[in-house]
Design a protein around this ligand. Structure first.
Ligand code: C2E
Ligand code: CA
Ligand code: CA
Ligand code: CA
Length: 279
């Protein structure tokens, strides 16, 4: 009977239950979930350090699973990447995020400086032959200026790519689309390789932010962040820090010269309607 499904999971700890859902089960249901519009996007504000204003937001995808509740991207992005479904899923995320950014701009949110939207790209998307054409087509469809979109590619994916594989990102960068080097510090780039990457922003991984929470902060941690910021600025890259959870971290990262920040201290990821309140 249908009614038994209603509270079958009600007594279970939702966390341990979620962990128990098999990879196989999730992988199997990804295509129908995409067709059935079970995915949605939350937006997390990106804050300018100099004055605390909001410069944009990162789009973070979630899966509203009919039986297992909301699943975070770490649960299904690797599976979608593995099966190739990341390409249509990523296409959907890009289009929806660009549409949303356009809506914010039309409503005048962000004032004189229009809000930007950041979208994560996985390696499969990076290597897809239609990336440039599709991105340009979506920007044109909604009339969003290229500069209001930033694509985030992890440091490890970018560093692994050779010059030929980086060409699409270079083309997009030339059109004015921002390119962010995501999770910087967790990959294995030698600093000299930064010069050849078509990036406009470096996103410093959360692990560095964590190190600044100590009393007193580890002097080596401070020097490392200071060094990365100064090298980035020399190369013309702006620096965004991830995972800022406390005012102390925010203060220290600002002193170290970081340009913008993202984290629970400012705002958690949330529905697009909440973003104007963060401005
Ligand atoms: P990411 O790109 O590094 O995104 C930042 C993650 O840190 C997000 O996790 C965000 O919710 C979380 N976060 C933000 N502020 C804080 C903080 O102050 N403290 C802590 N502890 N965490 C914070 P989320 O939403 O679970 O996303 C996880 C990863 O999934 C993302 O990491 C990104 O790599 C991937 N992802 C998300 N959406 C997409 C997408 O549309 N496409 C692709 N390819 N990957 C995506
Ligand atoms: Ca990201
Ligand atoms: Ca990141
Ligand atoms: Ca990360």
């Amino acid at each position: 009977a249908k009614s038994e499904g209603g509270n079958r999971y009600a007594v279970a700890d939702p966390d341990s239950e979620a962990r128990a859902i098999s990879r196989h089960h999730l992988t199997h249901h990804l295509p129908s979930a995409l067709r059935g519009c079970e995915f949605f996007i939350e937006y997390q504000p990106l804050i300018r350090m100099e004055d605390g204003s909001i410069e944009g937001a990162e789009a973070l995808v979630r899966w509203s699973h009919p039986r297992h509740g909301v699943l975070g991207p770490d649960r299904f992005i690797p599976l979608a990447e593995h099966t190739g479904l990341i390409v249509p899923l990523g296409r959907w995320v890009l289009r929806e995020a660009v549409r949303q950014a356009c809506e914010w701009q039309v409503r005048g949110i962000g004032g004189a400086r229009p809000l930007r939207v950041n979208v994560n790209l996985s390696p499969r998307q990076l290597h897809h032959p239609d990336l440039v054409d599709e991105t340009v087509a979506v920007l044109e469809e909604f009339g969003l200026p290229a500069g209001s979109l930033c694509l985030e590619v992890t440091e490890s994916a970018m560093v692994r790519a050779d010059d030929h594989e980086l060409k699409p990102l270079r083309q997009l960068a030339e059109l004015g689309v921002g390119i962010a080097l995501d999770d910087f510090g967790t990959g294995y780039s030698n600093l000299a390789s930064l010069r050849r990457l078509p990036a406009s922003t470096l996103k410093l991984d959360r692990s560095f932010t964590e190190g600044l929470q100590h009393h007193p902060p580890d002097p080596v941690d401070l020097r490392i962040v200071e060094g990365i910021v100064s090298l980035s600025h020399t190369l013309g890259l702006s620096v965004t820090v991830e995972g800022v959870e406390t005012g102390l971290q925010a203060e220290r990262l600002k002193e170290l010269g970081c340009d913008s920040a993202q984290g629970w201290f400012y705002a958690r990821p949330g529905p697009p309607e909440k973003l104007p309140m963060a401005v």
